[in-house]
Write a protein that binds this ligand. Structure first.
Ligand code: HEM
Length: 476
């Protein structure tokens, strides 16, 4: 009798155990396929190695071939879901601040500032982004084409006797952001600012060990000096505004904005952190695009000829050679921007972006558990032969009808609520610089092989050496 009771008692648990095993299996099956690799290390070293040898695209492609467009891996000790393809790009770009967060690791946000755009979500993100975009949107930027033109001419006159392209493109991009975003004049303060900013940017890619004399510690100290300079500039711009003087820079624009109660729309800390983020986000990206363009134009004489024709027509329309480029001129640079677009497709300055799942997310029949990282890439979509036939061929003409491109397939600037707000700024700067380069110079590459490493932005190891010759000024 006693043994029968025990048996019945045990049997009564069987359905529960079966249910638990089944639930566990479903849970396991619903997490995307893939492997976490070696404990703690995961795929971090493999990916870093591929980045250093500029083969990250192939490494990611192999993973997508092996496990499909959604798979799991482990990067920086965190479980990560790697997504690729049009449908998953759409999923990332249409997600809101409640599902995916763009927050950076604590070490990076310490350098960029807690109030920077990447850190914010919801209403705060909308308010800050709206304020920055009111300066960076095309309708606003078109009044700054003349200032950009002036910056490029100064740059060419002072620096453009290059043997190495990459450092010069960085100088140009830095000066452009300094003039238009910060409104800081050339001189000692700007020089100090360049040095400090470079130190801050370097700190975003190193081990975050904050001990005296570490790289990261130097970056933190540089960030606090950058902050002091920006705060000083804010005080100066505010004083000017109070005297009724106008300014043509992002800081002045942000200081002038008020909410419906007439109070400042942004705090000084928000202005400081978002000026810092525009420099960090805009510096290596735009200079990387320009450096690649110089290389690609040299390697493709047919493209150069078409660019030259377009740019000479624009130069020929000027009364004087000293007349600056206008917004209308930028609008005529259709083939030139196709070239820029093709360069961004093949060599996107940002290969991938990490986000974090803020809740369990169901996508493609799988679950991305809360707290996991989500890794979306630009490069795999851009090299997909079913979207871009012969994807490794540099062919600007493929963008003749960009409106006909399927959505979410050209994504160097991301998409959705987080679409890069600096994309138009980068486009105008690139077009204006290419105008002056092709109309004033010809150049040849010095090396057959230029080694590129991703750190994580592209770095030309030899700096892209070229031989430059001046051209006769254009005569109609
Ligand atoms: C060729 C040049 C550039 C490329 C390829 C590029 C690309 C990107 C990408 C992929 C993102 C991330 C989107 C995401 O998180 O999903 C981004 C965000 C951002 N970029 Fe750019 N960028 C460029 C230039 C610039 C410039 C010139 C500026 C500033 C003037 C800038 C400011 C920003 C900011 C502030 C964000 C954060 C947006 C947000 O979270 O709402 N970028 N960019």
């Amino acid at each position: 009798m006693e043994s029968t009771t025990i048996l019945l008692w045990v049997l009564s648990f069987v359905p529960l155990v079966i249910l638990m095993i089944k639930k566990k299996r479903i849970g396991e099956r619903r997490v995307p396929p893939g492997s976490f690799g070696i404990p703690l290390i995961g795929q971090t070293l493999e990916l870093s190695k591929a980045m250093r040898s500029d083969t990250a695209e192939e490494w990611l492609q192999q993973r997508a071939r092996k496990y499909g467009p959604i798979s799991k891996m482990s990067i920086f000790g965190k479980p990560t879901v790697f997504l690729t393809g049009q449908a998953y790009n759409k999923f990332v770009f249409s997600s809101d601040g409640k599902t995916l967060s763009s927050k950076q690791p604590a070490s990076v946000s310490r350098l960029m500032g807690e109030k920077n755009l990447f850190q914010t979500i919801g209403e705060d993100h909308r308010r800050l982004r709206g304020a920055i975009l009111s300066f960076l949107k095309p309708e606003a930027l078109k009044q700054y084409v003349g200032m950009m033109d002036n910056e490029i001419r100064l740059h060419l006159a002072q620096h453009w006797h290059p043997d190495h392209v990459e450092p010069l493109m960085k100088t140009l991009t830095f000066n452009m952001i300094c003039t238009l975003m910060f409104g800081i004049e050339r001189g000692e303060r700007r020089e100090t600012f360049v040095r400090l900013f470079k130190e801050v940017i370097e700190g975003t890619f190193v081990a975050p060990i904050n001990l005296p004399f570490t790289r990261f510690n130097r970056s933190i100290r540089a960030r606090s000096e950058v902050g002091a300079i920006i705060r000083e500039v804010i005080r100066e711009k505010r004083a000017k505004l109070e005297k009724g003087e106008k300014g043509h820079d992002l800081i002045t624009s942000l200081l002038s904005m008020c909410d419906e109660d007439g109070l400042p729309l942004l705090s000084d800390q928000e202005i400081e952190d978002n000026c810092t983020v525009t420099m960090v986000a805009g510096y290596d990206t735009t200079s990387g695009l320009l450096t690649y363009l110089v290389k690609l134009i040299a390697e493709h004489p047919n493209v150069y000829q078409l660019l030259l024709k377009e740019q000479e027509e624009i130069a020929g329309g000027k009364k004087e050679a000293s007349d600056p480029l206008t917004w209308e001129d930028i609008g005529k640079m259709k083939y030139t921007w196709r070239t820029g677009t093709e360069a961004l497709r093949m060599y996107p300055p940002i290969l991938f972006v990490f986000k974090t799942a803020l809740q369990d997310i169901e996508v493609g029949g799988y679950v991305i558990p809360k707290g996991w990282q989500v890794l979306w890439t630009t490069c795999i979509t851009h090299l997909d032969g079913s979207i871009y036939p012969d994807p490794h061929k540099f062919n600007p003409s493929r963008f003749e009808d960009q409106a006909a491109m399927p959505p979410h397939t050209f994504i160097p600037f991301g998409g959705g609520a987080r679409l890069c707000p600096g994309n138009e700024f980068a486009r105008i700067e690139t077009l204006a610089m290419i105008h002056y380069l092709v109309t004033r110079f010809t150049w040849k590459l010095c090396l057959e092989e230029n080694t590129v490493s991703r750190e994580p932005m592209p770095v030309f190891k030899q700096g892209l050496p070229i031989r430059l010759n001046s051209r006769e000024p254009y005569k109609a």
